[in-house]
Design a protein around this ligand. Structure first.
Ligand code: SAM
Length: 226
């Protein structure tokens, strides 16, 4: 999969060269390219923002650099172009699964009060446009949201996580939260691992884990059971 990320702070994404996603890039499974939006400016000050029409607080990202960036990056067979936005659809594990199937994703990180609205309309001529929110709160920029999305999507690309079975059992994969996990020692600071996990009875362990999933979801995220 190829992923292009455009931002005025491309070094935010240095962290994506670490760990599993770093290895995936070394192995050629993931082709992640970060770009500085200012590359596509033409003035001496490399300006990417201007005052909003109609007045109001804050600055808006100018359409011209975004248009040039999209012309250069959103090429080929209609990529999926994602703009992180608190006013978008909420990102979930299902969204991550859907996007992990794509060949080419282009992310555009907004800053200030966001990007001139016409950019989204123009981008739709080049690919499938999605405005996606990390959750119901406001960040300073799209970078942190894109980091989270790239990590959630990237680990679903075949070959990125060594044991694909570990993906299946995780929270949100079956609509429930994951059961609790324990490792050695069996007693730590007077706290014992639940007896059933030491029993070697796989049926009983599976039943216990299912019960725990339901109980945990009911307690912490009853909305998921609806
Ligand atoms: N004025 C915008 C609004 O009220 O919808 C918020 C702009 S925010 C300060 C700047 C940028 O941060 C946005 O363009 C978007 O890229 C990013 N951002 C902020 N909150 C986000 C969220 N919850 N999910 C995804 N991106 C977010």
């Amino acid at each position: 999969m190829r992923i292009d990320v455009v931002s005025i702070f491309p070094s935010y994404f240095d962290g994506l060269t670490l760990s599993l996603l770093g290895k995936a890039q070394d192995a050629g499974i993931l082709d992640l390219r970060t770009h500085d939006l200012r590359t596509w400016t033409t003035d001496r000050h490399r300006t990417v923002d201007d005052t909003p029409y109609g007045g109001g607080a804050g600055m808006v990202m100018k359409p011209e650099p975004w248009g040039q960036a999209l012309d250069d990056l959103a090429t080929g067979d209609r990529p999926t172009i994602i703009f992180p936005s608190p006013a978008g659809e909420v990102f979930t594990q299902a969204t991550a699964r859907e996007l992990a199937d794509r060949d080419h994703l282009v992310f555009g990180c907004g800053r200030y009060e966001g990007i001139d609205e016409r950019v989204f309309d123009y981008a739709a001529e080049l690919g499938e446009v999605r405005l996606i929110s990390l959750g119901d709160y406001v960040l300073n920029g799209g970078e942190v949201a894109v980091m989270a999305m790239v990590e959630a999507i990237g680990r679903l690309i075949p070959g990125v996580v060594g044991n694909p079975e570990s993906l299946v059992e995780e929270s949100h994969e079956d609509g429930l939260l994951e059961y609790p996990s324990y490792t050695k020692p069996s007693v730590w600071r007077d706290r014992a691992v639940p007896e059933v996990l030491l029993s070697g009875n796989h049926g009983a362990i599976a039943a216990w884990r299912s019960e725990q999933q339901l109980e945990r979801t009911r307690e912490r995220r009853p909305d998921l059971l609806d």
